[in-house]
Design a protein around this ligand. Sequence first.
Ligand SMILES: *Cc1c(COP(=O)(O)O)cnc(C)c1O
Length: 385
Amino acid sequence: MKGTFPIEKWGNITTPFYFYDTTLLKNTLEAIKKETDKYNFTQHYAIKANANPRILKLIASYGFGADCVSGGEVRAAIEAGFSADKVVFAGVGKADWEINLALDADIFCFNVESLAELYIINELAIAKNKIARVEFRVNPNVDAHTHAKITTGLSENKFGINLSQISSVIKEAKTLSNIEVVGLHFHIGSQITDMSAFKDLCIKANELQDSLEKEGFTFPNMNFGGGLGIDYHHPNHINIPDFENYFAVFNKLVERRGGQNIHFELGRAVVGQCGNLISRVLYVKEGEVKRFAILDAGFTELIRPAMYDAYHRIENLSSNLAEKEYDVVGPICESSDVFGKEVMLNEVKRGDIIALRSAGAYGEVMSSQYNLRNLPNSYFSEDFE
Ligand SMILES: *Cc1c(COP(=O)(O)O)cnc(C)c1O
């Protein structure tokens, strides 16, 4: 089964472009809202997954918070209408100007990843006569069973503060005049489809909280990050992730203290399925051992296959001819510019419209001008209704 797209209305639009299904995005946001409201959880959308201003505005309108990893994202969140008191700011390398911007905006909290960073936040807060609220990002040494390039919660990764060091860091924080410790933060990786990783996370977080409480530290907030994966193989069947099960795991396993707020930072699961990269076929090249479908889109528009060996379902929206096998490639002068090998597609002709599905997360936002190409435009389903 192929997805349905209004291709008859795309006549003269320059390809490649991103096409977002507004209805699917809204349905996804409703599903998240329903589950988080059930348990009084707080969701902060991870802006780095897709920072398209129209998408940010829509997500902000549902009352969600924002998870930012740069000053630019903090600014974009506030411009899009996210309330500053629901903005959190993570990242191992926050520059001084980014910290200052977040202090000026009075964001909810910094998710602090090292003692070195904590000292700088304190200094900059003193200079502004402000109190900086911080959560400590803990590296819980949980294996997310995902691709090595998107695992973040192992001791060998650069992210967070190791379990063995967290107590002394909090002790030190309590001595700093302009720091208020408001919680603990975890984020173990991305495209996680094995719930056992999240179960391990809950258990580690409970143990840590118990042991830190024995030292007299309490936490009004616990933030479990994001990471829930999507089904890249079945975008037409399973296009809304199983949020019910995901949030139920945390509700069941987290030993929530009275009055404690529980936060999440989903990115990919929010926007992944609503986006598609649309391109046209430039040439079909019959090689000696391979048949290539050469597209006008390349890794400059969607880098996930080149960067993470990621799979995206590819569909020929223009053809119902019998299927043939193609290596689907882009025009960029790099051998890694391949979207898929040995892909079965309805027979391809020059000018056919090809959809790369499930490209809403880490797609448009990672596009570049390498080879001096133009950045892709974006359109929404509602633009064609
Ligand atoms: C990237 C990131 C997220 C979102 O991850 P997804 O896999 O897109 O859900 C959440 N929190 C932090 C700190 C991140 O860096």
